[in-house]
Design a protein around this ligand. Sequence first.
Ligand code: ADP
Ligand code: MG
Length: 507
Amino acid sequence: MGKVGFGVAVGIAVVTCVVAAAVVGKRVKSRRKWMRVVALLNEFEEACATPVTRLRQVVDAMAVEMHAGLASEGGSKLKMLLTSVDKLPNGSEKGIYYALHLGGTNFRVLRVQLGGRTSGIIRHDVERKPIPEDLMTSTSEDLFDFIATSLKEFVEKEDNKDSDCFSVRRRELGFTFSFPVKQTSVSSGILMKWTKGFLIRDMVGKDVCECLQQAFTKKGLAMHVAALVNDTVGTLALGHYNDEDTVAAVIIGTGTNACYLERADAIIKSQGLPTSSGGMVVNMEWGNFWSSHLPRTSYDIELDAESPNPNDQGFEKMISGMYLGEIMRRVILRMSQESDILGPVSSSLRETFALRTPLMAAMHEDESPDLFKVARILNEVLGIPDVPLKVRKLVVNICDVVTQRAARLAAAGIVGILKKIGRDGSGGVASSRSKITSTKLRRSVVAVEGGLYANYRIFREYLNEAVAEILGEECAPFVVLNPTEDGAGIGAALLAATYSSSDTVDT
Ligand code: ADP
Ligand code: MG
């Protein structure tokens, strides 16, 4: 080989080595980045862990906080609001009743026809309407005029369909108003504060039913507000109507809350409470529950700090549909910032609430072998294109961690309620978990409603499994979770029937 040939050969060898080193270097670097992402997932998973021992601590904390909230006003982060509802529908109710539901995603108007013990709910009609956004921050008069007009149109339409209704002199209505209210009777209550994007300052401190009743009078609508209830109370009413062993109701939708039937003598902050049944429904406002046993991560802390209501609704922010997608977005954003495995950080990924929980559920429940939906949602919603399969799988893992924690914590909350009323097989708050013979256990039903529970199968399965796991095999068969639909509205109509004045005319 000549000198030139030798030189060329050496040159080629050097170039090959450099290229090989670069390839190896890139692989090492990319492997390191992948390892970083995996480490972030592992850290997150560990911080979210909910072994049954921890869940039992949450159960105990919930029962203790419930006790504290019942002992004195402001005694706990749980408000434990008294609802004045001291009897629940039992199936004997008859006639046509109406309901309005304000405080969910849509405003709803309902008409329910009840046939008594033999026929039950003969039919129910629901009309859903979005609340025009400007009315959410306008005046109480504008808002209630809109509601009264919608109801009047609905009543007239239904009357035209069903000519029997003309015999009705005065109609009875249940009003589901899912905002914190200080109840002054079953059909009156003062608005304490607005939530969920509503802000009508002249309403705070006013009687909600009076405002509604005035609007009816103005529109010439002969309708009497017989019951003012929270959505959880409506759900409990429907649950109890369907099954008299129903002792509590939980809503897991955009937000989360629960109510249950408490003994009047356990409501220490209101001794001598006049009740016809010796019990009263308590609206827990459990979204605001907090305990140091809740597994909180840096993502939760940041989400809370940047929210419009920091230090508020801590339990809700770990559990409900409004937040799960947002927690997930924050995890993906962090991964994207610490590694280029997801490409450059997109502007959509930086946008708060860019990933809604139903889309997160769709990724989680993607059963296609190449996780086609995961790739599509990452691309179309978060602006992350061409995600390789192993990263798609990792994204599904994040969904699983977020959802599993939420469902298991909600389950612990439910068992906490059962514990408070002595239905968890442990003998109540004061005693330790002692073995109890199954003859002492009573069947307990919890009505569960809300879009997250109803539509997110994996969430629902995790929750159901966790309730059974916490209770243990002896007690679990006695506890039934009963999904309800439109309970918040139908239940309000049922309560209007339970509480309506005796001069109502049955049709
Ligand atoms: P609201 O709580 O507003 O009264 P819903 O009970 O219907 O209304 O709950 C709606 C919420 O449920 C949505 O905001 C969303 O977070 C959640 N949700 C609805 N559908 C799904 C779904 N398919 N998967 C996961 N979450 C869902
Ligand atoms: Mg709702």
